[in-house]
Design a protein around this ligand. Structure first.
Ligand code: 9D3
Length: 246
């Protein structure tokens, strides 16, 4: 899979792309990431990428020409590319969108800056618009890295068999059960006895129960989405009962 990133701050990408799972995926050529400085497509002595808004008001707007030229050059190389603008006005990024994008051969992430991009870019040069959530950032760079991270790990071969995506959070619609590792007693706090029992059926039951309880407590919105089976309903009812007794 190829991921293009268009930005006026290419330096923000270097570190994250070198490290950890993404760094390894690039080194192994499972994904190819091409970072382009939008300023390289700006003309004039100052190679400026922003300008004042028509109609007045505070802040600056990204000029259409450099952005359009940068996008056009990506499209010329591959007309099938999906061009996505990172913007506070986009659809909210979800795991489902990560799956959708991971099935595409080529995605181009366009990072907005300033107050935003000239509306004609949005209307005529972009296929899709994504926000990563309802909080105010300074630009689309960290959102682009977030999308890249979520998408890259879904590309076949990027994760080890150890870190499989089959049974993880959100896919099943539930939060994760609690995790523990050594030591068995840490500052006086013991690991739940059942995890040391060797009874794998009982451990599976306990984990599922913890997932259900935790989701109900912290993210009831997710539990409404998932239609629980009869076994899950029993496990949850039992956990709630035990909770009331304590
Ligand atoms: C003071 C600026 N704004 C009024 C509330 C509008 C605004 C313009 C540009 C707010 C943020 C930005 C820069 N942010 C992004 O480009 C961005 C973003 C975000 O801020 N939050 C969540 N997802 C994204 S994707 C791109």
């Amino acid at each position: 899979m190829i991921i293009d990133i268009l930005t006026i701050f290419p330096g923000m990408m270097a570190g994250p792309l070198q490290e950890s799972i993404i760094g390894k995926a690039i080194a192994r050529e499972l994904i190819e990431v091409q970072v382009t400085n939008i300023r390289d497509y700006a003309s004039g002595p100052h190679r400026t990428t922003d300008d004042r808004p028509f109609g007045g008001g505070s802040g600056m707007v990204m000029k259409p020409e450099p952005l359009a030229a940068a996008i056009a050059s990506v499209r010329a190389a591959d007309p099938s590319v999906r061009v996505i603008l990172l913007s506070p006005q986009g659809r909210i990024f979800k795991q489902e969108i990560a799956f959708e994008l991971s099935r595409l051969p080529h995605v181009c992430l366009v990072c907005g800056r300033y107050e935003g991009v000239d509306e004609r870019i949005r209307n005529h040069y972009v296929d899709d618009e994504i926000s990563i959530g309802d909080y105010v950032l300074t630009g689309g760079e960290l959102p682009a890295l977030t999308v890249l991270d979520a998408v890259a790990r879904l590309v076949p071969g990027v994760l080890g068999s150890d870190e499989s995506i089959a049974e993880e959070s959100f896919v099943g619609g539930l939060l994760e059960y609690p995790h523990y590792t050594r030591p068995e007693i840490y500052e006086g706090h013991r690991v739940p006895e059942i995890l040391l029992s060797g009874n794998h059926a009982a451990i599976r039951r306990w984990r599922r129960q913890q997932s259900l309880l935790r989701t109900r407590q912290r993210r009831p919105d997710l539990l409404k989405e998932e239609i629980l089976g009869s076994e899950d309903r029993k496990l949850l009812a039992e956990a709630i009962q035990r909770e009331r007794e304590d």
